[in-house]
Design a protein around this ligand. Sequence first.
Ligand SMILES: [Zn+2]
Length: 266
Amino acid sequence: MSMDMDLFETRDCPLCGGRETEVAHRLRETLRYRNVDESLEYKVVRCPVCGLLYVNPRLREEVLAAVYADDLYANWATRPGHVPEVNLRYDIYHHNLDERLAAYRHFCSRLAVHKVAGSAFEVGAGFGYLLKTLREHGFTVSGVELSHYAAGFARERFDLNVRQGNFLAGDFGEEAHDLVVLWHVFEHLHRPNRTLAKCARMLRPGGTMMITVPFHETFTVEKINPVEHLYYFSKEHVARFMEKHMLCETWVDGGFVFARKTGEEA
Ligand SMILES: [Zn+2]
């Protein structure tokens, strides 16, 4: 339907700036946004220059922000006969908690191996379970989260320093952190380069960045939700994104891509 096209935008390759694309996959997903409630087709395209797979066209940032916003979640939850998908997802989030906490503890054990300690910041802290786990492993922790609901939960339940807001709009200190984490967040970002540039500025020289996403080494493309998952990454591509922003010396450890801030301006 033509009105849907106002919801979408096209873009160049965010990794290399390439303008050519080849359609690699076609996915269908339901979008619920204002008066829209229908299954739409999304294309996952491959950049022929760098090989990155990304959703193009994608939903505009303001559309997705509204989809994420609490009032709409609440709407879905209270509309009779309507599946409250996002709240449901949050329930699932709490549901798999043991598995998640085990993954967070595993991550902390890898941080110890790589001698990372000190101040940790999480972009997209969700309900705060990772920050809480990092604090239990000796880190000083803080973070930012778009959802009022999740940020409020993290503050009230765990007494965590999680600010509600847009990461790019906030001030979280320059060269103030030893670790910055994007845990299943990077694949959602409309502005991955601005986000990584800011993460790099927030790290002390020698500080560590870690990104984990549903990598295509372990997730099939059909498992991604193209409404909100804007990329379908390999570990190599995530490492190359970090290298663009002074986050060099990248390495992969299990499901984690790490990088150290070298302190050299690109
Ligand atoms: Zn490219």
